[in-house]
Design a protein around this ligand. Structure first.
Ligand SMILES: Cc1cc2nc3c(=O)[nH]c(=O)nc-3n(C[C@H](O)[C@H](O)[C@H](O)COP(=O)(O)OP(=O)(O)OC[C@H]3O[C@@H](n4cnc5c(N)ncnc54)[C@H](O)[C@@H]3O)c2cc1C
Length: 404
């Protein structure tokens, strides 16, 4: 029986698996005649974009409820190696190492937060890159909430004033309040750049700054972290900040497994894919999400985002089955780009276009953000086979609606 292996069950992998199941169903092929197998180190699909939020309920959805109804197999295993020449992947499960052969592979292992070699960072830093890491941060804050008051207990240093760092910093006052830390709260956003939100346009940055001011978030710009201890952070300016909580949010890189493949990669470590999500230079391998760079509108390259990962996944899933059966594949084309940045209790910032023009901000944009995070990017949660296959159609959603 032919086998399609999907590595990763995040936004790209989950939707690739569902897209493949949909195409298999459309061709009238039974699960007993074409195996689709998903491998992930977790038994859940993490709504990763929500990992900065105060309340993480429903941010990890069991894969069984999403994949069993459509006849997609799944195993919990760490992917250790990919051998494109032998069409094999090596995975590690609780029972030991295993080699899985494939006829077609969909690579969707996502991205990781790089950890520079800063003294104390590995031992003392928190992050929100994964659901486990986000839970660890919340547990830490809850434990601090039970300790006696001190400046270090009430201060959080967030490193990286990009998308994730801004969302973490602006949500942090409410996270601290939930942990019972109410007096002398300080949130400090640190970045080597001279501005917060460097990739936002000149229109968007004042909105972000307004939110930071309103929420009392301090900034330290044009400085780096030089060392981290259990109860303080030292900056390149010489400033020592008493804190028991540093949240590292600087940068994203494609899964390190991509670097083991003998092909060209971009500056973020991503594989180049063609319009059909086939990895350039590799046979029988499709790639989607943060591991792949796709020219989405013929001009702009995909940004590491769920906005692109989900459609890339759906098209990769459709095409991998089509390719296996000699059916026509569908090119991916996405002609819009937006960002919706959460700004905590202040609201949000919704930008449109590649120049990130401000569309809406404040409370109106926050409604859009909440709709995205809690509805739009979720798979159907009722384990209904028809609903899951419907949602996996290889089509492009319209931009998120908002009232102006
Ligand atoms: C806090 C935060 C906020 C964000 N906000 C936004 C936003 O507002 N809008 C937006 O569009 N994007 C946002 N993003 C980015 C978005 O989450 C990613 O671009 C998206 O998750 C990429 O999807 P993916 O499927 O490629 O990777 P992922 O969703 O990360 O999925 C990768 C999967 O592979 C698995 N995996 C990885 N390595 C291995 C291995 N070796 N073995 C087994 N399994 C493995 C992981 O467990 C995971 O399930 C945010 C990210 C973060 C962290």
């Amino acid at each position: 029986m032919p086998r399609i292996v999907v590595l990763g069950a995040g936004f790209a992998g989950l939707w690739a698996a569902l897209g493949a199941a949909r195409k298999r169903d459309e061709l009238g092929t039974r699960p007993s005649d074409l195996e689709i197998l998903v491998v992930d180190r977790n038994a859940y699909h993490n709504i990763r974009v929500r990992n900065y939020e105060v309340d993480l309920s429903d941010a990890a959805l069991p894969l069984a409820g999403l994949l069993d109804p459509v006849g997609v197999k799944h195993i919990v295993a760490g992917v250790e190696a990919i051998d494109p020449a032998k069409r094999q992947v090596t995975v590690a499960t609780d029972a030991g190492r295993e080699t899985l052969g494939y006829d077609r592979l969909v690579l969707a292992l996502g991205s990781e937060l790089p950890r520079p070699a800063i003294s104390g960072l590995a031992d003392h830093a928190y992050d929100v890159d994964t659901y486990d890491a986000a839970r660890r941060l919340d547990d830490h804050l809850a434990a601090l909430g039970r300790q006696p008051s001190s400046a270090a207990r009430a201060t959080v240093v967030v490193v990286g004033a990009g998308f994730t760092g801004i969302e973490v910093a602006t949500e942090m006052p409410d996270k601290l309040a939930r942990a019972g830390i109410t007096d002398a709260r300080r949130v400090i956003l640190v970045d080597p750049n001279p501005v917060v939100g460097a990739t936002f346009g000149a229109n968007g940055r004042p909105v972000i700054n307004e939110a930071l001011t309103a929420l009392g978030v301090e900034t330290r710009l044009e400085v780096r972290v030089t060392s981290v201890d259990a109860d303080r952070v030292t900056l390149s300016s010489g400033e020592i900040i008493p804190t028991k909580t540093l949240v590292w949010c600087a940068g994203l890189r494609a899964s390190p497994l991509v670097a083991t493949l003998p092909v060209e990669r971009d500056a973020l470590g991503r594989l180049m894919v063609d319009d059909f999500m086939r990895a350039k230079g590799l046979t029988g391998i499709f790639a989607a999400g943060d591991v792949a760079a796709s020219l989405v509108d013929g001009e702009h390259t995909s940004v590491m985002s769920c906005q692109f990962a989900r459609p890339m996944g759906r098209f990769a899933g459709h095409n991998v089955v089509a390719d296996l059966y000699g059916e026509p594949m569908l090119p991916l084309r996405i002609d819009w780009y937006v960002t919706v940045l959460d700004l905590g209790r202040w609201g949000a910032l919704y930008t449109t276009g590649w120049d990130r023009e401000v569309h809406t901000s404040g409370a109106a944009a926050k409604v859009t953000k909440q709709t995205i995070n809690h509805l739009r990017i979720y798979p159907p949660r009722n384990s209904d086979r028809a609903a899951l296959l419907d949602a996996a159609a290889p089509t492009i959603q319209t931009p998120p609606p908002t009232r102006k």
